[in-house]
Write a protein that binds this ligand. Sequence first.
Ligand code: G6P
Length: 614
Amino acid sequence: MCGIIGYVGYRNTVPVLITGLERLEYRGYDSAGIACVDHQKDGLILIKEKGKLGVLKEKLGDFAIEAHIGIGHTRWATHGEPSRANAHPHVDASGKIALVHNGILENYAAVKSILQKKRVRFLSQTDTEVGVNLIGAYYRKTGKLFDAVKRAVQELHGYFAFVLFSKEDPETLIAYKRSNPLVIGLGQGENFVASDVTALIPYTRQVIYLEDEDLAVITAQKISVYSLKTKTWVKRHPTTVHWDVSQAQKQGFPHFMLKEMYEQPEVLKNILAKRTPGSGEIFFDTLDKKFQKRLREIERVSMISCGTAYHAGLVGAIALEQYTRLPCRTQVSSEFRYGDPILNTKDLVVLITQSGETADTLAALREAKAKGAATLAVVNVVGSTIAREADAVIYTHAGPEIGVASTKAYIAQLATLLLLAFYMAKIRKTISPADLKELLREFKKMPQHCARVLKDIKKFESCAEKHYTRRNFLYLGRGCNYPTALEGALKLKEISYAHAHGYAAGEMKHGPIALIDHEQPVICIAPESKTYDKMISNVQEILARDGIVIAIGTDGQKDLKKMADDFFAIPRVPEILSAILTVIPLQFLAYKIAVLNGRDVDQPRNLAKSVTVE
Ligand code: G6P
């Protein structure tokens, strides 16, 4: 959470910082700020405001700044309410050092009281101000910023990333990473540093992903990296980013979320092109022979993730268990990591994450590794921490996802996990070549089916119009569409702030049925499946109590269509593939309801796309 950016070079830094922050704003948006050193006046300029980046941009309109070094921040509050004083950058008591921070300094209270005894005055409630003042204290002693940062970070506990400079050396940025992401962008006569590559792609494709305990010294001409782990200067090799700039722009859509929903057929097409080059083939370029051997030998699987990725894991686990007959559990990362899980070398732990930075999922990965399990990350953001730390990684290739409510990254996770299940079944010989060929033949039609669902989706608009003022929604599904019910409810909650609850339809009688009356919409996800008749019984039970049925079914289900108040049909597909399609009308329903309520769809309150605090 929180987005940080730094720039040093020949351009005026202010527009670079603002463009970067616009692209990082999905990481947090309760306040924003920049600090730079004015070229003419030689002074440190600090401008920050409570609220979204737009408020800061308006404020900046009053200034004519010409600066060639600067740092910027967009905040998701951890310590201290959103306010101007708590917004970053923070400056040390001497007024020389400005710093932006992502993460948490866990021992800030102890360090703060030591500094207070030395008469350092604090202006905010943040842990960040403690960090910059500790650096400031050492800077006053040594006169060298690099040494001061090196000493200070070793005293600070927690996971965090810093970018900072001193106005006394307005040519040099210092960056430090511990767990939270930092990536350096390489330019000609300029260099950049940011929380993620989306902020850098307008300027450069050449990037260096910093590793944990890296302390980087960045000037316009040079980048030097010192590793606090090895206590040596190290060479970090640049990699090329292939993301398209246009993918991080709205391209005429009113919201990123809607644009990203419409990208879903293309995402599926890309995944299939990469993973299924031949008719009965599944190919994961990043799984080497050694890891493939491990996959053949494992005896149990755990799917670990948070939020939407957790729902993808639920579907993945159903497919994996069904096709490989391996026991497969699913757990949210925060429960897994503190649950002292029983793991050994015969376990496979699959970490599913869009960002590759979620703090609990990262901790779960480390726990699994420490216990000797094979770890496989299913990640969207290339080069992210989880992708780098796992024994093996499979990228989901959804491209940058900016909307805080995940859509195309979810579809990409589902497709990738299903292909992984089929692949494991193939290498463990639990699926016949003929069955696999048939499954893949059906899978290859998914981009087309997905495009059709999106073409029909406007028909569902009237459903949103009928119900957008309601405050309670119930979602029911079974089998691989029980996770769809959870995901549909999560989408609605996240962006419309209505209460929505996803339930396994078979559990309806054990509680939720008490909610049903003439005002209760129940979204029933009932495509063709082995439990279709059971879903129909649930629908009857809802109707018998005067509830409102909104049904997601399959083409040709006349009975369900007749019973439902609103009905949306997906094309006929094998049950295990249906979850890729049934979620799309639910994404749209949530989107429309949020828009009709005037919500901020791409940046819903209190949320952030990348949860890098625990
Ligand atoms: C946040 C985001 C969700 C996401 C979850 C897990 O809550 O708002 O969209 O599903 O984190 O994130 P990850 O990057 O690990 O998939």
